[in-house]
Write a protein that binds this ligand. Sequence first.
Ligand SMILES: [Zn+2]
Length: 126
Amino acid sequence: MNFNHLKNEANKVINPKKYSNYAEGGQVAAALETASGNVYTGICIDTACSLGFCAEHAAAADMLKHGETHIVKMVAVDQDGNYLAPCGRCREFLSQLDDRNDGMIVILGEDKTYLLRELLPFDWKK
Ligand SMILES: [Zn+2]
């Protein structure tokens, strides 16, 4: 399975910046593909007092803005092109947006893919 197109889309939006003395972002980017084939992206935003959010969260917001909820694939990468696993909050967040999202493929390496349900065992919603 080839995920290069998603990784390329994520790489396009990586843009590390310091916004203020308390906020920076863009060091991590995520791209997700929906069941209809559209791709949405997002960047992380890090702020003091933990008010920021993850790139996966931002990509989901971009998707929801366009009226979609069903994710089939997702990737997150850092500035060096390393694949990153979604944090526990994002795993839960994405799983709540659509019941079918537990079957989304999360890319954690060139040959390392997992279903979201494998990364979120003992789901309280089931
Ligand atoms: Zn997260």
